[in-house]
Design a protein around this ligand. Structure first.
Ligand SMILES: *Cc1c(COP(=O)(O)O)cnc(C)c1O
Length: 381
């Protein structure tokens, strides 16, 4: 391959090596080129199918329902917390990054009682400490956990957390945003009351819609909990069950595109198929970056195949903004870091891309290092 060609997606855009929004297929984008009446049966049918297919992904044997919501992922996390944690409840939030912090902040906005159990960003959350905290505080009703903490790309031990929460007789709420559809999460394997995710991460739709998959038995008890009308998932659910329609203007094109994205997901083999491609993307990326002298933050056993955090090279000629701009010129958009423990940047490996794009990205990175005059490996290495 020529190393100085610019690589672009089929629609002429740079490839997005980010945690979302991410590169979508041409067919997913194409599905947005229509108008739909929100009360019309064409749209209602797509909406029903999307809800059913999403609910089926958690393997809940009919016990779970999918409630979609307008907005980015944070909106549905906020809606899940506001609806499922009752005013008299108390939440324990497991934090090892920015998304866990955001959950704690939302609970503060809602005026819900909460405790935070924090651990360093490069360590998985600790279910032993969780068990102790639950034993020590009988007031805690809910535990909130992040599946893949996108801040670093670390995979949290959700099964252990869920078993700990269930053993203590409490309820689990999950922010699985960046892992949903790729890292297995089955109600047949672990107990949870609700999980929140969005259209524009591993399911490869366009941004604009979040969804919460909740156990019906739990959601049924949530009438009147929400401090917000537009973010009230109970009300949204009831209205959708009654009329099959959204309460307020739905993002119709986003839902049509999401329907297409779910077809592509099933065609790829669903969760195992997509996981295999992302794993390969991630392996190519880490191997190639290590060969150039970059160092990943996390050891392999903690790394989810979603987004990889790399240490900022300790080289006076390496300047992140110039590195970013050069990669964008070559067709790849990467992501800044947001860690408190170290100076880092991130490269995602999710979206409608595969081996060819990961290899082209590595070529672009090597070329950029050469242009910057940065050699990360000592000559002896
Ligand atoms: C992306 C993401 C969110 C939601 O972020 P938005 O920018 O609101 O879409 C929440 N939690 C996690 C873990 C995420 O990766």
């Amino acid at each position: 391959m020529s190393t100085n060609s610019v690589s672009l997606s089929p629609t002429g855009d740079p490839w997005l090596l980010t945690p979302g929004p991410l590169t979508t297929s041409p067919e997913v984008k194409q599905a947005m080129l229509h108008d739909f009446g929100s009360r019309d049966h064409d749209f209602i049918n797509v909406n029903r199918r999307v809800r059913e297919e999403l609910a089926a992904l958690v393997d809940g044997n009919g016990a779970y329902t999918c409630v979609p919501l307008q907005g980015s992922g944070t909106f549905v996390v906020e809606a899940m917390l506001g609806t499922l944690v009752p005013p008299g409840g108390k939440a324990l939030v497991l934090v090892n990054g920015a998304y866990g912090q955001r959950i704690a902040k939302i609970l503060d906005y809602h005026g819900r009682a909460k405790v935070v159990q924090e651990c360093p960003e490069n360590e998985p959350v600790d279910s032993q400490r969780l068990a102790q905290a639950l034993a020590d505080d009988a007031d805690i009703t809910h535990v909130v956990a992040v599946h893949c903490e996108t801040t670093t790309g670390i995979l949290n031990p959700l099964k252990e957390v869920a078993d700990t929460v269930a053993a203590a007789g409490r309820k689990l709420l999950i922010d699985a945003m960046s892992a949903f559809g790729v890292i297995e999460l089955k109600a047949s394997d672990l107990q949870f009351d609700a999980v929140a995710a969005s259209s524009n991460k591993c399911l490869q739709g366009t941004p604009g819609m979040g969804f919460c998959i909740a156990r019906k038995g739990a959601l049924e008890t949530c009438e009147g909990n929400s401090p917000s009308l537009s973010l009230d998932l109970y009300d949204q659910w009831m209205a959708m069950e009654k009329s099959a329609q959204w309460r307020f203007t739905p993002p119709v094109q986003v839902i049509a595109a999401f329907g297409k994205a779910l077809e592509e997901y099933q065609a790829e083999g669903g969760q195992p198929g997509r996981l295999a491609r992302y794993r390969e993307n991630c392996r190519i990326l880490i191997d190639g970056m290590e060969r150039m002298g970059f160092q990943p933050l996390l050891p392999e056993n903690l790394q989810a195949p979603i987004i990889v955090t790399f240490m900022m090279p300790d080289n006076p000629k390496f300047e992140f903004q110039a590195f970013y701009d050069s990669l964008k010129d070559k067709g790849f958009v990467i992501y800044p870091g947001k860690l408190t423990i170290a100076d880092t940047f991130r490269i995602g490996c999710i979206g409608a891309l595969g081996r060819e794009q990961m290899e082209a990205a590595l070529d672009a990175i090597q070329l950029t290092l050469d242009e910057m005059g940065v050699a990360l490996l000592s000559p002896a290495a």
